[in-house]
Design a protein around this ligand. Structure first.
Ligand SMILES: C[S@@+](CC[C@H](N)C(=O)[O-])C[C@H]1O[C@@H](n2cnc3c(N)ncnc32)[C@H](O)[C@@H]1O
Length: 212
């Protein structure tokens, strides 16, 4: 399972003081799926984790992208559902928008949490190499948005890195919040099977076009 669910930080961004009002203008504020009551979000994530626990095969990997400030919350939720927590990784964006660069640090990172089901080890195709717990790319290039834009589309390189390390050819990669389908396209390119879901039909149509 490789997914990038709503981080639910739209409300957090909107509630910032007027001195940093430009923070509100980032893409989170236009995503209504990113702005529900925190307790409701946590309950939804727990229901998701419990359902995934039923579906993921023993030894299978679960990778969930999350804002760094929510890592501990998500770790607890997935552990409660029965998953074994392995580690947290960081995606570093080499060319983030320099918003508020004279006020604060530029936001250039997101994290992913990595769990396994049923046993503490699973597929890890490192070919004897030391793999660091961060990955650097540029922002998603325009060429990957040829079929339409998604406000939080991940770069294909990032998803491909995780799919190739944590699954094998013929495995099924599932993304219940697939958006524009980046994780599924990575799976397809790497000879994995895939299944994806999203609430938004417009995003699903981008996914279908990307998958050909
Ligand atoms: C962070 S985006 C995923 C972006 C994706 N990784 C990509 O590269 O395009 C989260 C997605 O979750 C979808 N979503 C929000 N709530 C959902 C729900 N309850 N069930 C399914 N999808 C949902 C949104 O429509 C959005 O496309």
């Amino acid at each position: 399972m490789l997914t990038d669910p709503p981080y639910n930080i739209g409300g957090h961004m909107k509630s910032r003081g007027s001195g940093v009002h430009r923070l509100r203008e980032n893409h989170f504020s236009i995503c209504d799926w990113d702005n529900v009551d925190e307790d409701v979000w946590e309950q939804h994530m727990l229901e998701l984790a419990e359902e995934l626990f039923e579906k993921v095969k023993t030894g299978g990997a679960v990778v969930v992208f999350m804002a760094i400030i929510k890592v501990q919350t998500l770790k607890k939720i997935f552990e409660k559902a029965g998953f074994y927590y392995k580690t947290t990784g960081i995606w570093h964006k080499k060319n983030p928008m320099p918003r508020n660069m004279n006020l604060t640090f530029i936001n250039s990172t997101e994290s992913w949490l990595y769990f396994t089901k049923g046993k503490p080890s699973g597929t890890f195709n490192n070919d004897g190499k030391a793999i660091h717990d961060y990955f650097e790319t540029g922002l998603t290039p325009k060429s990957e948005k040829a079929f339409g834009k998604h406000p939080t589309q991940k770069p294909l390189k990032l998803m491909s890195h995780l799919v190739s390390l944590l699954s094998n050819k013929g495995d099924v990669v599932c993304d219940p919040f697939c958006g524009s389908g980046t994780s599924l396209l990575a799976a397809k390119n790497l000879g994995r099977n895939y299944v994806g879901f999203d609430l938004n039909e417009e995003y699903l149509s981008i996914t279908q076009k990307r998958l050909g």
